[in-house]
Ligand binder design. Structure first.
Ligand code: ADP
Length: 175
């Protein structure tokens, strides 16, 4: 992988709702009306106006994405995407890759410079983190190769062990 692409990608631990980026990605469900996990945390931090805007969007299909404002978040926008339920799909990797592509395309089309992703589908939706990490990193690298925007993508992991999985894969690509 080209070093210049990997220089645009990083992985950190933390709470994605605290990130000061142009857009944070929400691992939402198809209703887009809120839920648990990172979805609940984003709605709590953004405030009730986020749910109001989400109500106007008529939900979202698995692998697709929709953009809203960020309201009380530091992030200017939230890009809501719906990951696959791992055990329910015959092609979870393709659907998960579509989540990253759709989100990045929205960021590019809205002229956003920076985007932060949680580990989509890796909580309640049951996607094994090692497998999801490869799909996430490979898909983001492919997209950035062909697009100057967003300039930077950050993977935000909830804990040191999850971060290590990403760090290890990114290090292997750098070699
Ligand atoms: P899904 O339904 O797509 O599996 P979850 O919200 O259950 O979504 O989990 C997705 C990932 O987000 C999990 O790895 C979980 O640990 C992580 N996560 C939960 N809350 C936050 C947060 N505030 N910031 C970043 N990551 C989070």
């Amino acid at each position: 992988m080209e070093a210049t692409i990997l220089d645009r990608i990083s992985a950190v631990t933390g709470d994605i709702t605290k990130l000061n980026v142009d857009a944070i990605v929400n691992a939402a469900n198809r209703s887009l009306l809120g839920g648990g996990g990172v979805d609940g945390a984003i709605h709590r931090a953004a405030g009730p106006q986020l749910l109001e805007e989400c109500r106007t969007l008529n939900g979202c299909e698995t692998g697709e994405a929709k953009i809203t404002k960020g309201y009380n978040l530091s992030a200017k926008h939230v890009i809501h995407t719906v990951g696959p339920v791992y055990s329910r799909e015959s092609n979870p990797a393709e659907l998960l890759a579509n989540c990253y592509k759709s989100s990045l395309a929205l960021a590019r089309d809205n002229h956003l410079l920076s985007i932060a992703f949680p580990a989509i589908s890796c909580g309640v939706y049951g996607y094994p983190l090692e497998e999801a990490c490869k799909v996430a990193v490979d898909t983001v690298c492919e997209f950035l190769k062909d697009s100057l925007l967003p300039e930077k993508a950050v993977f935000v992991l909830f804990g040191e062990r999850d971060l290590q999985v990403y760090e290890k894969y990114l290090a292997a690509l750098r070699e």
